[in-house]
Design a protein around this ligand. Structure first.
Ligand SMILES: Cc1cc2nc3c(=O)[nH]c(=O)nc-3n(C[C@H](O)[C@H](O)[C@H](O)COP(=O)(O)OP(=O)(O)OC[C@H]3O[C@@H](n4cnc5c(N)ncnc54)[C@H](O)[C@@H]3O)c2cc1C
Length: 311
């Protein structure tokens, strides 16, 4: 596969390796060291590190600043950008700022609605949705144009463009069609919502492959280790769009409390092995929410370490 940007993540995928990405959630304050610590913890075990953008609509240190910090540590950040909080002026400006710092990956999201976060009465923006943001980054990169018509003669973004997708949200029948729209807009990689229902995920992948989308976009399977049965029940019952089968809850409930975290990691490792057999999977996106210290162990035990070197 031919690469289009200087992104290391793109090169890993193009070289035919399974990509491994993970995410760092920035702190809810201005401490500089938190992202640095997380970056040090997982940096050698992944190809790129996503930095979430005020996820669950809760205010956190900004994604761009945390990405710059990771970049300055020699790591490969993925700038997550939601359209909830900024209009097209603000977002294009941040993309140019990221470009100036050599950030070459972006994950374009609409974002969690502010109603669910810590500022439910905040005004939202939604000047664009994720698909329009994907188109915008592509236009800035490939045509050197801003939405207002200005032409950039130098300093175009060189972004490997990604998006998220939830294979489990209703109505299931239109999930792949929504994905196809994002791919048509310019998405080159997809990081999925956390997978627990393997059968449904495989059916989504089958539909996607039937449409030939696996040849146009790299699917990175989203995985989140369960820390205990309480987390599994919470994810099952309280998190919209999450599909946690009863079998997983039962399996965790069946082991003593002090062994549940280990069992959660075992489940995730079994999922990785199963996913390696699924046509179209190009890598794994490990979202170990506030449990980043487990990422190196997961990557090593999954046989995905050491990470390949690419030019
Ligand atoms: C890997 C990953 C990372 C994420 N990171 C962040 C983050 O950093 N910050 C954050 O705030 N959120 C984050 N989210 C949450 C995500 O933004 C929401 O789950 C969102 O509702 C769906 O993803 P999207 O943003 O790409 O929305 P889109 O796919 O662009 O959907 C746009 C809107 O349409 C709605 N929609 C989706 N499907 C349908 C449908 N079938 N019918 C009608 N309406 C529909 C969605 O609810 C959403 O409001 C992340 C999710 C994933 C999977």
């Amino acid at each position: 596969m031919k690469t289009t940007t200087p992104s290391k993540l793109e090169k890993i995928i193009a070289a035919g390796h399974y990509a491994v990405t993970s995410e760092c959630g920035p702190p809810r304050d201005g401490r500089p060291g938190v992202i640095e610590e997380k970056g040090k913890m997982i940096g050698k075990h992944v190809d790129a590190i996503n930095v979430t953008d005020n996820q669950t609509a809760v205010v956190r240190q900004c994604s761009l600043s945390a990405c710059i910090r990771l970049k300055s540590m020699g790591l490969e950040p993925v700038l997550q950008m939601v359209t909830r909080d900024r209009n097209r002026i603000g977002m294009q400006s941040d993309i140019l700022g990221a470009t100036a710092w050599g950030i070459h990956n972006i994950l374009c999201l609409t974002g969690d609605h502010q109603r669910f976060g810590d500022h439910p009465n905040a005004a939202n923006v939604f000047d664009m949705d994720s698909t329009r943001l994907i188109q915008t980054v592509k236009m800035m990169r490939d045509e050197g144009k801003l939405l207002g018509g200005h032409e950039m003669h130098e300093g175009r973004p060189k972004m490997f463009i990604g998006a998220a997708e939830n294979p489990f949200a209703d109505p299931f029948e239109i999930r792949v069609l929504r994905l196809a729209k994002k791919v048509k807009a310019g998405a080159q990689f997809i990081q999925t919502q956390c997978i627990y229902n393997m059968e449904k995920f495989k059916e989504w992948m089958r539909q996607l492959c039937d449409m030939g989308l696996h040849e146009k976009v790299a699917i990175l399977a989203g995985l989140t280790p369960m820390k205990n049965v309480g987390m599994a029940r919470y994810m099952k019952n309280r998190v919209p769009g999450m599909d946690v089968p009863d079998a997983i809850v039962k399996r965790l409930a069946g082991v003593p409390k002090e062994k549940q975290a280990e069992e959660g990691i075992n489940i995730l490792l079994e999922q990785i092995e199963e996913l390696k057999q699924v046509k179209g999977i190009k890598g794994f996106h490990i979202m170990a929410i506030e449990w980043e210290e487990k990422v190196p162990e997961i990557v090593e035990r999954a046989g995905l370490y050491p990470r390949p070197e690419v030019d």
